[in-house]
Design a protein around this ligand. Structure first.
Ligand SMILES: Nc1ncnc2c1ncn2[C@@H]1O[C@H](COP(=O)(O)OP(=O)(O)OP(=O)(O)O)[C@@H](O)[C@H]1O
Ligand SMILES: [Mg+2]
Length: 376
């Protein structure tokens, strides 16, 4: 059986990474000139893949990758950073050096039995304090100096640091350490656009104007379509242009969602044939059979007005949520209710505000499913 050529759910590298030639070049240039950079883009658009593919062509660079998703304390933020440093190198001699460097943080390092990845064991009686953060950044500086500036620290889901109590103080401290590190290039990656933009552009933010902002948008359309056709062909299948347009309409061109839908479409199609349009609903069914339970769970925890609001966004789009037509569709008479409900749905990460100021479903397949169920 031919292997499914579509990959989703994890960053893609090498020949699985389509297009973005110019963006890779640009990011490479920024890193080579030690320019700290913000990468902002919606979920599953390919931010991490862009960083990984750029890192691959940066000869001799070391990259610390860590993410702050769900972090709610300085303790957790320090641990994520330290784990990122430990994961950077597997090579024995360098690893030993890093272990020595990390020993000051009261962590024990063991190697995972099968992958030989380092696993850190933190002393549970010790919670990292803001002053430990200074130590962690001192270590990053030291590594940068040792690597003669060929050192990148990628901080993913950076905006989640805003959820840490005293976030502003934490950010001010970080900014203070980072600004003197000429041998380390920082990449701040985030998917919650307005929060990321605020961190780097608001007047009272410690990170104001401290980095170049790069928007990671959808892939260039022609290249995207061509890549999809080529992948299907690799798998012995032909796909028509109108069918690809339908796929892209459902996923709004999000690379991760498009790959997921194509993956299912590949699964439900027979090799050697052109894929008929009816296969699209089989593919969606396949996705619902995996994710349906999750959607039911979402519904269970939503109020009626939240569900009606979601349905209205699904049907009318999320641009004019305060318009008469929208409010009557959601059966809401008071705009304060709309505001509150939007905030709740954003909090629950069921919707997000895109760069065109439209509220959209985080998961386009949940949108489709909801429309079919017609729950209201
Ligand atoms: N350039 C690309 N070529 C092909 N597929 C891509 C590309 N970029 C992203 N994808 C698809 O999107 C998925 C998510 O990619 P990636 O993890 O890099 O995105 P992300 O923006 O970092 O997502 P998240 O917000 O979840 O961290 C991949 O598994 C792949 O299916
Ligand atoms: Mg990512």
């Amino acid at each position: 059986m031919l292997q499914n050529p579509f990959v989703y759910g994890r960053p893609v590298i090498g020949d699985k990474f389509w297009g973005r030639t110019e963006q890779v070049k640009m990011l490479r240039g920024l890193i080579m000139s030690h320019q700290n950079t913000v990468l902002v883009g919606e979920r599953r658009v390919g931010k991490t893949s862009l960083v990984m593919n750029t890192a691959q062509i940066l000869k001799g660079f070391s990259v610390v990758k860590t993410h702050f998703q769900g972090v709610k304390s300085v303790d957790a933020a320090c641990k994520r950073l330290i784990s990122g440093i430990a994961a950077m190198e597997k090579e024995d001699s360098k690893m030993r050096k890093i272990m020595q460097m990390l020993s000051r943080f009261r962590v024990a390092i063991a190697l995972e039995r099968y992958t030989l990845d380092p696993i850190l064991k933190f002393d549970i009686a010790h919670a990292f304090q803001p002053e430990d953060l200074e130590e962690v950044f001192r270590l990053l500086k030291q590594i940068g100096t040792e690597r003669k500036g060929k050192f990148v620290v990628a901080l993913d889901e950076f905006q989640d640091l805003l959820r840490v109590p005293d976030a502003n103080e934490l950010m001010a401290m970080m900014r203070g350490y980072i600004q003197f590190q000429t041998d380390v290039t920082y990449l701040y990656i985030g998917s919650i656009r307005h929060e990321m933009v605020d961190i780097f552009t608001k007047n009272d933010s410690p990170f104001l104007k401290s980095a170049t902002i790069v928007e990671v948008g959808p892939l260039e359309e022609r290249e995207f379509i061509q890549s999809i056709v080529t992948q299907f062909k690799k798998g012995g299948l032909q796909v028509s242009k109108p069918l690809i347009s339908e796929i892209i309409e459902i996923t709004r061109g999000n690379p991760g969602d498009t790959q997921q839908l194509c993956h299912s479409l590949f699964n439900v199609s027979s090799p050697g044939k052109a894929i008929g349009e009816e296969k699209l609903s089989d593919a969606l069914q396949e996705i619902y059979s995996c994710e349906g339970k999750l959607y039911e769970e979402y519904i269970k925890h939503l109020t009626e007005v939240q569900i009606r609001m979601l349905l209205s966004i699904a049907q009318l789009g999320g641009k004019g949520v305060y318009s008469k037509a929208f409010m009557s569709s959601a059966r809401v008479t008071n705009s304060a209710v709309i505001k509150h409900t939007v905030a709740r749905l954003l909090d629950r990460e069921l919707i997000f505000l895109d760069s065109q100021k439209e509220y959209r479903f985080v998961n386009p397949f949940f949108r489709k499913w909801l429309m079919i169920q017609g729950i209201a």
